[in-house]
Design a protein around this ligand. Sequence first.
Ligand code: NOJ
Length: 967
Amino acid sequence: MRGWSLYAFLFLFSSVGFAVKSQDFKTCSQSGFCRRGRALAERAKDAGDAWKSPYSVDPSSLTVSPDRASFMAAVESSLYPSIKFSLELRVHDDGVVRVRMDEVDGLHKRYDETASWVLPKEPTISRDLLWTANNTAISLGYSRGKHDDVDVVVTYNPLTIVMSKNGKPQIMINGRGLLHMEHYRSKDTPAVEGSDNAQAVLDTAGSRAWFEGDKEEDFWEEKFKSWTDKKPKGPESLSLDIDFPESQRLYGIPQHATRLDLPTTTGEEAVYSDPYRLYNADVFEYSASSPMSLYGSIPVLYAHHYDGTVGVFNAIGSETWIDVYHPSPRSSQTHWISESGILDVFLLPGPNPEDVLAQYGRLAGTQSLPPLWSLGYHQCRWNYVSSDDIRAVQSRFDAEDIPLDVLWLDIEYAEEHKYFMWDHKTFPDPVDMVNDLSAYGRKLVAIIDPHLKRTDDFPVYKEAQEKGVLVKSKNGESDYEGWCWSGSSSWLDMFNPKSWEWWRRLFAIDPPKQPEGWHWTQSTKDIHVWNDMNEPSIFNGPEITMEKDAVHYGGWEHRDVHNINGMLFANQTFKALEARMSPPERPFVLTRSFFAGSQRFGAMWTGDNLGTWEHMAVGIKMVLANGLGGFSFAGSDVGGFFGNPEPEMLVRWYQVGAFMPFFRAHAHIDTKRREPYLLDDPYKSIIRDTIRLRYAMLPVWYTAFWKASATGMPVLRPQFVMFPGEKNGFGIDDQFYVGDSILVKPVTEEGADETQVYLGEDEHYYDYFTYTMYRGAHEGRLITVPAALDQIPVFIRGGTIVPTRERHRRSVSLTKRDPFTLRVALDHQGHANGTLYLDDGDSYDYHEGGFIWREFAAKRVKTTITLSNNDHGARKPGEAVAGVDFQTYSPGNEFAQSAANVRVEKVVVLGLTGKPVSVTLGGVELAWEYTPGYGWLERQDGGKASVLTIKDPKVPIAKYWEIVITL
Ligand code: NOJ
């Protein structure tokens, strides 16, 4: 216990300097397999044209499957003729190509289950393929469809796999010959078996090419600080070059605190000296610019140029490093070095950002549609210390008229950090406390971490131990033990299917469905869950995580599944919360650690950031990158986790937070309280207005979330996604679009009173608050806009219609019957369009068509603009809108009927060319007023748009109507 106390002390209070303890985490040169992988790349580079990959396909082994959608072939390496590999290519019906390679009959089995944790279902296989084989290669083309200009060629010797479009290579695997599937071997196996080609490789490379040095250092045992990784199965790594000869920019592979357009890691002008690392870890106080690992990993990468986008998803759950380089301004190279597992790579053919994002979404699943309340404002800190504290915070929010949806409890609610167990000294009446929140439509989120205190008076631990669902230590015999908040702890092994049902039962609400066993007493359906520390964070483990030779279900080592581990914990929590209600309600689960697939189950945040301007800025880029990784529901701790931000910084941070998909303020236990009501004016009022703005714009957010869940398009869209052909905007990552209508440039600089905004299209932009007009350009242009502390640069894109709800309410659920305002921002031809998605916000009825979908249109014909609210339920059943099948949708559904009285209370039309002669609904004149200003015909940079305000037209939001504006 003494050891633990000292550790806790160091952990909590050594953070005064606020800098990442980089010495706690490996660099590539401290990791044997990464060093070997990089050394291989160096040798290949030095050898130049003389370098030849030793891997080749045995053409006589080629078999195309009877359905012609895949082929298998044997692969060998001339360095190790006795080792056999298998190669498989499969083609999905959306053009995605899956490449798998594994060792055949190896000394041990390589981990091959990563994709099965990621893919919600087996993809449909293509039926439209043409295969042609000759002496040197086998190629496949698509006989028809969207990808008939794409082909994939597998060259036998050396083995390369190239996806081309119109004959131009787009994705190239092993083009540089860095493929190396380091096979399992015993210590006495020679490093190189010897053959002509092996000798050639060795000769040209000038040394033992496939090993870093003369001695096999770090192969069989590896030390880092005081830890030794015994590597019971010996070395096993995978090196793979994936190049993009036609792509200028690379995006993706979250999570890293860096630019969206990934900076280089090799070459003379490399921005970083280490590769990007994917190895989920508790890197608190992380640097605001670094390729270091953070809490989550999504191994998906997009390569973009103005005439096309392609992508790769590398389904690998072990530690992975990725080098990034641009050999020329128009091409990109990547080198992936992983510690273990098979090769399982999906090639995404594009051809544009929307397509690659949809292709990835079809593979890994899309963002789950969150409960509507979870898009409201969340107030957290470590810790609200008692139930009365929670009540007091809620009443202060109400007293100050600041909207609030969720209050949070960090680890101190739980007696001795035994999660699920209320500390009754401070939380004597948990159910009453939650009911006091529920009375205002609010929720509580309580933390549940994966470490279980090893004590007999913790039933969760006892049951897990008895059921055998804890991770095992390296010999697989005893339960793994380490240190975390709860002192000596063990960790749940969610790879074990036996844990799933059991975990579900723990969350049962009284009376539990299954009678036997323990469950979370004193819980209600309004408690949702925060899964933290699930990398897992282990204070006395190497790199603050689990030893790689710890053992999971199925005998797999932790090294094989490390990056997947956190996802499984949070996903099972989500399923457990879902199961507590029948019919189920949408749960909310926040996870710190994540992997490809986590997006199907909740939200993430960017972990322990600092209260600095740099962190405020990089948080935006991280959230954008996460969205590209399919995981849109993301945000950073508003205010910064560490430190005590000055009021100005706090205000700016709220302005950022209100435009992040997940909007939560959080703070470290050592920080001063900083709830918005504690500030003086003007700061308090500005924050109140900012939170109210978030609530007003919830229809925009919810519609964007629905589109993300339906199509894979991120909720926050970066510049290159919005304007794939406009190359000057590719590097822009400090501004973004919410959905497709709202452009935001949060201010992240101290003392700013103006800022620059990039407009990447030749279109009008209207300041959201003042209706000042600006005009962009095809090749993009910067405008300067005012940005004093009470001003957030938010713009409506010309040509869009934005639905909002502007009544001030205490929480989201109280807005459900509120009327709408429509802002119609005319484009430079006098047209506009917008969409609205609406449902009950809690249930899954939307799966059965229980929702409202509207398409608003302002259509100009000469001097008449017709504004209509259209019903696409009238379309043919099965017809897809925005990628969504409307088969189950019927305009008369129950939810739509329940919203029949919800009306539009105001319509604001921006950019008319003059005062209307009439504004009518069904031939009857409406009440309106007009403020002259600039119209859609004029180019403006700072003048006010004309504003037509139609007052309470009393038209329903859910029914067809037409308002005719005659000029
Ligand atoms: C680490 C998390 O990142 C932080 O948000 C939380 O407050 C602490 N753990 C305590 O639970």
